[in-house]
Design a protein around this ligand. Structure first.
Ligand SMILES: C[S@@+](CC[C@H](N)C(=O)[O-])C[C@H]1O[C@@H](n2cnc3c(N)ncnc32)[C@H](O)[C@@H]1O
Length: 89
């Protein structure tokens, strides 16, 4: 189906991080703008929602965030994904 200009996704009602974005919207953006062997970069990863969606779509991903709270949440959120945690290296 052709994607329209106006999107009506709602942010999660009970976000794990204050600025968490809608996962269906993130999945659509990633699926439409990358190839299966692409690497998704989110340099302001926050909740890690984009990284989780990238993982679910089988994409490689790189996430960065300056907040320790965010990084702690991202680690929990990505527990079922394979990733290298450079903060722990
Ligand atoms: C709007 S939130 C990210 C929202 C994210 N897309 C989500 O779904 O949760 C912005 C994030 O960028 C991080 N941030 C701000 N400045 C930064 C910087 N200079 N380097 C790394 N992270 C930064 C903040 O800690 C915050 O978690």
């Amino acid at each position: 189906m052709k994607i329209q200009d106006v999107w009506t996704y709602k942010d999660p009602q009970y976000p794990v991080y204050p600025t968490e974005k809608n996962h269906d919207m993130l999945r659509l953006i990633i699926a439409q703008s990358s190839l299966p062997d692409s690497t998704i970069l989110d340099p302001f990863a926050g909740s890690g929602a984009s990284l989780l969606c990238a993982c679910e779509l089988g994409r490689k991903f790189i996430g960065i965030d300056q907040s320790e709270e965010a990084v702690r949440g991202i680690r929990l959120r990505l527990k079922d994904c394979v990733f290298v945690d450079l903060m722990r290296a």
